[in-house]
Design a binder for this molecule. Structure first.
Ligand code: DAS
Length: 345
């Protein structure tokens, strides 16, 4: 009997010092299911509930005390600003709980980068926030979701992960939620950061190589607890012969800013300059990003941004530039303050 009591006490002590990680499930391919093991691209996203995801990886119990919540069950292309607000409020509430050491968000890959950046901007905690998805459903041969989720929980349970901003764990890599973007639509090495990952995770051990040099989480001036709503911000994709119609439609729909997804260095076609100036004169902020994957938009290079009162999105792609614009406008920033935010976040 004494041995049994000792063993139980040791187990309890071990459990007591294990991190408590909460998995917030939102849907996506990581919760997807296909009809056949050969279906790596043909499947239905957002099918498997969070308790089944967790139960399907018994190794999780060896690394942390894991609990799950089903926040949504949707494909992430269907996310809205309201989904972002609901999710971030839950993450914030959980990280305020002293018994929670880290949060993992399982998420579709299509808009994963937008959610990860949003959490990077508005969650005031230095505890790990790890967003994870998968490129193949769990029913497929060589599915990537189970290892991605195991790695994500390992990173969320690891005290070394604290204070690094939101993280994205995919394909053995640990990325910053700020920098990472989905670059390929059907391969497991889809997620890339142009300035490189922050580290790698191998057999549960994290290897760190750099830290994010931008403001985030506890150093952010934005706070989910003070954001009631996210102002509408739209993205206008540019190409040869582009016209004013999309810009006009966004203005009519009440956009407070338009992200100009320009060609090259965020270029603006000559005929479009008066269109953007007109939107600016109507109080709609113009933010020049680029449809080009890499590099960053240079201020006052091909466009006199100072003269026009326009903003450049620096290295943020259009979809991330939209997230920052919406968060910044929610706190009432003008063009000058917006530009400072794009340099700093
Ligand atoms: N439709 C995609 C999504 O939910 C599936 C995925 O890749 O997760 O983002």
């Amino acid at each position: 009997m004494a041995l049994f009591i000792l063993a139980a006490a040791a187990l309890q002590a071990h459990a007591a010092d294990r991190a408590h990680v909460v998995v917030l499930a939102t849907g996506g391919t990581i919760a997807g299911a296909g009809a056949d093991a050969a279906n790596s691209a043909t499947y239905q996203a957002a099918k498997v509930p969070v308790d089944k995801l967790i139960a399907g990886i018994p190794e999780l119990a060896k690394i942390a005390d894991v609990s799950g919540e089903q926040v949504f069950q949707i494909a992430s292309e269907s996310f809205t600003n309201d989904n972002l607000l609901v999710l971030a409020r839950r993450v914030s509430a959980l990280l305020k709980d002293k018994t929670v050491d880290g949060v993992v968000v399982t998420h579709g890959t299509d808009t994963l980068e937008e959610t990860a950046y949003f959490l990077n901007l508005v969650i005031h905690s230095d505890k790990p926030i790890v967003v994870v998805g998968s490129m193949r459903p769990g029913t497929a041969l060589s599915a990537d979701g189970a290892l991605n989720l195991l790695d994500a929980v390992s990173v969320a349970a690891n005290p070394e992960s604290r204070g690094r901003g939101s993280l994205v764990v995919m394909n053995d890599e640990i990325h910053s939620g700020r920098d990472v973007t989905k670059t390929i639509n059907i391969k497991t090495n889809a997620f890339v950061s142009q300035w490189g990952p922050l580290g790698m995770i191998v057999e549960g051990r994290a290897y760190w190589f750099r830290k994010l040099d931008k403001k985030h989480t506890i150093n952010s001036e934005f706070d989910i607890d003070r954001i009631k709503d996210l102002p509408r911000v739209d993205i206008a994709y540019n190409y040869g012969t582009v016209g004013k119609e999309a810009y006009e439609a966004f203005a009519a729909a009440g956009a407070k800013a338009v992200i100009h997804a320009g060609t090259g260095n965020g270029s603006v076609a000559g005929r479009m300059v008066p269109v953007l100036q007109d939107l600016q004169s109507r109080g709609i902020q113009i933010i020049r990003s680029s449809r080009v994957w890499g590099g960053f938009v240079v201020r006052n290079a091909e466009q006199p941004d100072d003269q026009y009162g326009w903003v450049v999105a620096h290295d943020l792609n259009p979809q991330k530039a939209r997230i920052l614009a919406s968060v910044a406008l929610a706190s009432g920033m003008d063009a000058k303050a917006l530009q400072k935010a794009y340099w700093e976040y």
